[in-house]
Design a protein around this ligand. Structure first.
Ligand SMILES: [Zn+2]
Length: 99
């Protein structure tokens, strides 16, 4: 059983935000470049209009200008979307990505 710190390091090292969001945001427009990009539809509210949800493909940060959801990395994304605690989100990511 890895410690939370070890899991966090592994996740940051082995799950690039670009790959993560390509899987988690199927309607995200095709990716070019880095930094803040259009994330497609916001997963945190009943979003019908593209354009208000942004993800940062370098840091994993995300923000929705419509519902106000935001976070600093992909762990925060999983926590908020799935209603998980920090350790639960780490477990989910390490399991799903085979770390
Ligand atoms: Zn939203």
């Amino acid at each position: 059983m890895k410690s939370n710190i070890e899991s966090l390091k592994a996740i940051k090292a082995y799950i690039p935000p670009t790959e993560f969001y390509r899987v988690e945001l199927p309607v995200m427009p095709s990716i070019r470049g880095n930094g803040w990009r259009d994330g497609g539809l916001c997963p945190f509210h009943n979003d019908k209009h593209k354009g208000s949800f942004r993800v940062n493909l370098e840091t994993g940060a995300f923000v929705c200008f419509s519902c106000g959801s935001k976070g600093g990395d992909i762990i925060a994304f999983i926590q908020q979307r799935d209603g998980l605690s920090f350790p639960e989100a780490l477990n989910k990511l390490t399991n799903e990505w085979g770390l």
